[in-house]
Design a protein around this ligand. Structure first.
Ligand SMILES: Cc1cc2nc3c(=O)[nH]c(=O)nc-3n(C[C@H](O)[C@H](O)[C@H](O)COP(=O)(O)OP(=O)(O)OC[C@H]3O[C@@H](n4cnc5c(N)ncnc54)[C@H](O)[C@@H]3O)c2cc1C
Length: 381
């Protein structure tokens, strides 16, 4: 068993780390406070190839794989979880299902623009009454000639206002069995009837764009059906297996940021004539963070590796997400504690990490849903 990254993965991780430290870290707090999408950062990450990491070379990507993507997302999220989720959603929730379920024509049309970052991707599954119960879709798609007419609303969509193409889900058979009556569509922002609604004001990841999407008699050409008719829910769930590796990477990155900042501060800050790192309660917190960072990283890279070699990874992705999101929240809570009163202010990044960590337990399946996914095979008759 080899726990080492390949030379290529190591080099990509170092590029991501270097870029994160030099270009993202100095401005992350400002984008968070302004609740502004970090376009200059995303553009530069696109130039460096981070939007095409799982796309084959023939479509303009580098195809370096999911382990390389995971370690990059960790390094980016270590300084800015908003940028982390932006890149994660593009790669794992849009590019990934397009690669797996798309027709050759769809791949040729969309992948080169997505690989270069000229186009950004999003994933529209959630509706006001379809959250954890995602199969309870109310959006409908009705075939009319060579188009589908789609009506409905999606809520909480990451990248909604910045995306050029979105994978959207809609009921295509009203009488059909729940979960077998939904189809997936590739929706372009310029399709008639498409609009972006209210942008959400959030607790954390405030530089990530989150908004509603409205489809009003939106016309989608029939060739934009993704995968098989009425098989969209399976595509949605399969896609989330990959997406959860992205969120586990984001959570691991937040944890890494908490550990780095806490260790540095514990060496600098003196009380009672000693650095606070000399006190046992601080050492315990640092030790827990270090141990859980390694465990999160290993669980996440195991899932990413399985994805790279084409092995089903639903359980492993759910375990990685559940564990790392819980560990990130614990680490952020302890990081603020290590910083004392200073941790409660916007002068130090741990306040932002504390707010950012929470979302990793909610989106792409809450922690409660991950427990269900993980326990399912053990409880099956
Ligand atoms: C910032 C942000 C970005 C998002 N980005 C996207 C995106 O890009 N695309 C997208 O499609 N969606 C996105 N979402 C939606 C997200 O995936 C949902 O919010 C999430 O799946 C939970 O759904 P809900 O909010 O409706 O909560 P609910 O499903 O209403 O859950 C409420 C509570 O009940 C619990 N619960 C529900 N059902 C069960 C059950 N069977 N057993 C035990 N507990 C249960 C939940 O765990 C939770 O604690 C985003 C959400 C946020 C906040």
């Amino acid at each position: 068993m080899d726990f080492n990254l390949t030379e290529e993965q190591q080099a990509i991780m170092e590029t991501a780390r270097d870029f994160a430290d030099k270009e993202i870290k100095p401005v992350a707090a400002e984008y968070d406070q302004k609740e502004e999408f970090p376009w200059p950062i995303v553009r530069k990450l696109s130039e460096l190839g981070f939007m095409g990491m799982i796309i084959p070379a023939k479509y303009g990507g580098s195809e370096v794989g999911n382990v390389a993507l995971a370690v990059s997302l960790m390094e980016i999220s270590r300084v800015c979880a908003s940028t982390g989720v932006t890149i994660s959603v593009h790669n794992s929730l849009l590019v990934n299902p397009l690669l797996k379920f798309g027709s050759e024509k769809q791949k040729q049309k969309y992948l080169p623009k997505l690989a270069s970052g000229e186009w950004i991707g999003a994933y529209g599954l959630t509706e006001s009454s379809a959250g954890s119960d995602a199969a309870n879709q109310k959006t409908t798609a009705v075939k009319k000639g060579d188009r589908y007419i789609i009506n409905g609303q999606k809520v909480w969509i990451t990248n909604a206002g910045v995306a050029d193409v979105i994978i959207g889900f809609a009921v295509t058979d009203k009488e059909g069995r729940k979960g077998n009556n939904i189809s997936a569509f590739l929706i372009e922002k310029d399709f008639p009837g498409f609009s972006v609604g209210t942008h959400e004001k959030k607790l954390g990841i405030r530089a990530s764009d989150t908004a509603e999407l409205s489809f009003e008699d939106m016309e989608v050409p029939e060739e934009n059906l993704l995968g098989e008719f009425n098989q969209g829910f399976k595509i949605a769930m399969d896609t989330l297996d990959g997406g959860r590796i992205g969120i586990a990477s984001q959570a691991t990155g937040i944890l890494m940021g908490c550990l780095e900042e806490s260790a540095r501060y514990a060496k600098e800050r003196k009380q009672f004539g000693k650095p606070i790192g000399a006190f046992e309660p601080i050492q315990w917190k640092i030790a827990e963070m270090a141990m859980e960072k390694d465990a999160s990283r290993l669980l996440t890279l195991r899932a990413a590796h399985l994805k790279d070699i084409g092995v089903k990874h639903s359980q492993e992705a759910a375990m990685a997400k559940l564990f790392s999101s819980r560990a990130a929240n614990k680490a952020a809570w302890n990081a603020v504690q290590i910083f004392g009163g200073y941790g409660y202010t916007k002068d130090y990044p741990v306040e932002r990490f504390y707010r950012d960590a929470k979302i990793t337990e909610i989106y792409e399946g809450t922690s409660e849903i991950q427990h269900i996914v993980i326990s399912r095979p053990y409880l099956r008759d």
